[in-house]
Write a protein that binds this ligand. Structure first.
Ligand code: ATP
Ligand code: MG
Length: 725
């Protein structure tokens, strides 16, 4: 049998791992060493060398995007689409199992998935019912508490209530569970927990899947959480062939319950596991890799790995100190343009990575200003937009009338005269009678529990849903969506509004019809033949909303948070906003464990770059509506000086001398009270320094000062409050 195409593109260490004997194997290796490549080749190897049926392979990765890429790659290596092979995310696979066995899982056939916003709304409602003050118990905190416990596999009855404060939280968790059950909805964390419980409670089912999935492969293992590990333990017995791949230096989801210790637990629980290490990096230049190695060496808690490459030395890392976030964005966008024009790069070769979603807006504005196409991964995505969620809520009600979150969302959207008071009355009745909002509303309409006008309006809404159900009964999926948009009045209301924003929203609604059409034609068919396409589409929408748009990589600059860049690579990377307080995040600087996680995130960022890496920080930044003055992140100073080149600001002069010679563009002092160039001044925070230049005029005028200790900075002249000395 010729498997040279599987083996040739691999080095010796990689080959050993791909050809590992059946049993248990752990590939522990640094960024860009080919872990994902090895895992993909292993899946194909199992089919071609060990005659494994694709049906017997379960491959798990971290994002839908990575799963789609892996599926395609395995298909190529097998020469056919890997029919029957399960490749997906933990959530996606758990969801699939729950759909197939919803009876065993105790879920209604058309159960729907609550996204994070729906979940928050439900937690809030439960708290209102329990009369819990959301000032003492912030809703987000409770939401985090519930998800955290589920990620650990803990139900309310397993929790300690002896402390009154914690006891209240457990009470909310309990009531939230009852409400989700009644509505037939599950949140993300529930998918996995419920799946584990279902398998544990049904040994026949568990036995079936243990026999079926002889081969379980998991990528990015360092970021698995407690319940994901339990799930693996359930499915993978001693007979199973497991292949687990990870890098402790890239564990970045500790804040969401991921446990890097799972790498150690795996070795404890599967003591025969053979460990493979890959040390050669194929992704980055020597310079970039050297910087990454030096950075991560500052972490104490490591399993310890070194990476090397015999690739090119490459360009130095470029460091740019911007005076504010606009200047930072301008620099990045200009560089991209310039490199596209004169160095032959395409737009898709660039990624702008940042710590927090809120940083994207300035880059987006600068890119729009320059007419540069871009795509943001993460942030507010299509399926999370308000108008799309409204439309989906109608569709969800068609599949399940007891979906309270959806009913509450659209009972008066578009406005049909059902006031908050009426909704509150329905809610109270539902709570007292222990039934869904739908049933309570119906009973109130029939039993004259509402005033004449309210009763007419509510009854109109109930009829509307029933009419929609009739109209869409035999329709194809895209027509169902279209009918809902027309009959519900969602489209009409926006048409009437007529504003630009409304037009945008109408376009989005049209896009939803197209999305339904694409799904009908190309979407992954549910394995359960009886499951209707609408239910499958709604689940798809909920899972997709969890991450980026994920369609073909057109020629766009890519913007994303560092967290969503995991596992990806780009020829040119801009790491933006490297300031203390922003990155490392201010919440983490006082806790060594969290600081190390931030550093791993920086390591993930640096190791995404193949050829060029730019690092930027701003001396002043307006974020969340506040001005912050930041000093460069400690991570910048942890990059070896000899690998870094400082890019000079447009107006800068060389420091520390005052040689303002030919060619340097230094404006004259702007306005009264300005100091002459060369004047010694002092600043409250930065200490003493020398004025080097000015830029701009009026309120926006900036002064450049070379501070003795803090280095050169641009400050807004009007706020700098400099004193002569
Ligand atoms: P990360 O830790 O970031 O997830 P990884 O270890 O999964 O990285 P891959 O993404 O599999 O690494 O590989 C990194 C890059 O190196 C890819 O572009 C891959 O195609 C390439 N590569 C891996 N192994 C080889 C090899 N033996 N020969 C040539 N290129 C390789
Ligand atoms: Mg990888």
């Amino acid at each position: 049998m010729d498997v040279s195409d599987l083996i040739d593109p691999l080095n010796e260490a990689q080959r050993e791992a791909v050809g590992a004997p059946l049993g248990h194997a752990l590939v522990l290796a640094g960024a860009g060493s080919g872990k994902t490549r090895v895992l993909t080749h292993r899946a194909a190897w199992l089919v071609r060398v060990h005659d494994a049926s694709p049906w017997s392979i379960l491959a798990v990765t971290f994002t839908n995007k990575a799963a789609a890429e892996m599926r395609g790659r395995i298909g190529e290596l097998l020469g056919v689409a890997g029919g029957g092979m399960w490749v997906g995310t933990f959530h996606g696979i758990a969801h699939r199992l729950l759909r197939l066995h919803h009876d065993e899982a105790g879920l209604p056939r058309g159960f729907q998935i609550l996204d994070s916003e729906d979940q928050r709304r439900l937690v809030k409602r439960v708290m209102r019912d329990l009369q819990i003050d959301d000032k003492r118990y912030p809703v987000r905190q409770l939401q985090g508490f519930i998800n955290g416990r589920k990620d650990e596999g803990l139900r309310p009855d397993a929790l300690d209530r002896s402390d009154p404060y914690a006891g209240r939280m457990v009470e909310v968790y309990e009531a939230y569970e009852a409400a989700s059950r009644a509505a037939g909805v599950v949140d993300f964390a529930e998918l996995l927990l419920r799946c584990c419980e279902m398998l544990s409670a049904h040994p026949d089912l568990l036995g079936h899947y243990r026999r079926r999935f002889r081969h379980v492969l998991i990528d990015e293992f360092q970021d698995t959480n407690g319940i994901q590990y339990q799930w693996l333990r359930l499915l993978a017995t001693d007979e199973t062939d497991t292949f687990v791949v990870g890098d402790d230096d890239q564990s970045i989801y500790g804040w969401r319950g991921a446990r890097v210790e799972n790498l150690k637990h795996y070795q404890r629980d599967y003591p025969d596991a053979v460990v493979y290490r890959l040390e050669r990096n194929y992704r980055s230049t020597q310079t970039i890799l050297g910087a990454a190695n030096a950075l991560i060496a500052n972490n104490a808690d490591r399993l310890g790995k070194e990476l090397w490459t015999d690739g090119a030395k490459g360009e130095p890392i470029a460091l740019y100190a911007a005076f504010n976030e606009q200047d930072e964005a301008r620099f990045v966008v200009e560089r991209i343009k310039q490199m596209c024009e004169s160095e032959g790069y395409a737009r898709r070769d660039f990624a702008i990575l940042y710590r927090s979603n809120a940083q994207s807006r300035t880059f987006e504005e600068a890119l729009i200003g320059r007419g540069t196409p871009y795509r943001v991964y993460g942030g507010l995505r299509f399926f999370e937009r308000a108008e799309i969620k409204d439309a989906l809520a109608y569709l969800r009600l068609l599949t399940n009338r007891h979906d309270d979150a959806s009913l509450e969302r659209v009972i008066n959207t578009p406005a049909r005269g059902i006031g908050a008071k009426t909704v509150e009355n329905i809610r109270l009745a539902a709570r007292d009678q222990g039934r869904s909002l739908w049933d309570a509303a119906r009973a109130m309409v029939d039993g004259r529990g509402l005033s004449g006008r309210a009763a007419r309006a509510v009854s109109g809404f109930l009829e509307l849903i029933e009419t929609l159900a009739d109209q869409t009964h035999d329709q194809a999926l895209p027509d169902q969506v279209d009918t809902v948009l027309a009959t519900s009045g969602l489209r009409g209301a926006l048409e009437q509004e007529g504003s630009d924003r409304a037009r945008d929203r109408l376009e989005n609604l049209d896009e939803l019809v197209s999305a339904a059409r694409t799904y009908e034609q190309e979407g992954e068919r549910p394995e359960d033949e009886d499951m209707d396409l609408l239910t499958a589409f709604l689940a798809h929408a909920a899972l997709e909303a969890g991450e980026g748009q994920g369609d073909a990589w057109d020629d766009c600059v890519q913007l994303m948070t560092l967290h969503s860049a995991k596992g990806l690579e780009f020829p040119v990377v801009f790491l933006a906003g490297l300031e203390e307080g922003l990155f490392p995040h201010r919440m983490s600087v006082d806790e060594p464990g969290r600081l190390e996680e931030e550093r791993r995130l920086a390591y993930v960022g640096v190791t995404r770059a193949r050829e060029r890496l730019f690092v930027t920080h701003a001396e002043r930044r307006r974020l969340h509506g506040r001005d912050e003055y930041g000093i460069a992140s400690r991570f910048v100073s942890e990059l070896p000086g000899e690998l870094v080149d400082e890019v000079r600001a447009r107006f800068s002069v060389s420091r520390p001398s005052l040689a303002v010679g030919a060619g340097t563009r230094v404006a004259e002092p702007a306005g009264d009270g300005a100091f002459p160039l060369g004047q010694r001044v002092s600043h409250q925070k930065f200490g003493e320094g020398t004025v080097l230049g000015y830029e701009g005029s009026g309120a926006g005028a900036r002064v450049q000062v070379n501070f003795d200790d803090a280095g050169t900075k641009w400050l807004v002249a009007a706020y700098a409050n400099l004193q002569a000395c």
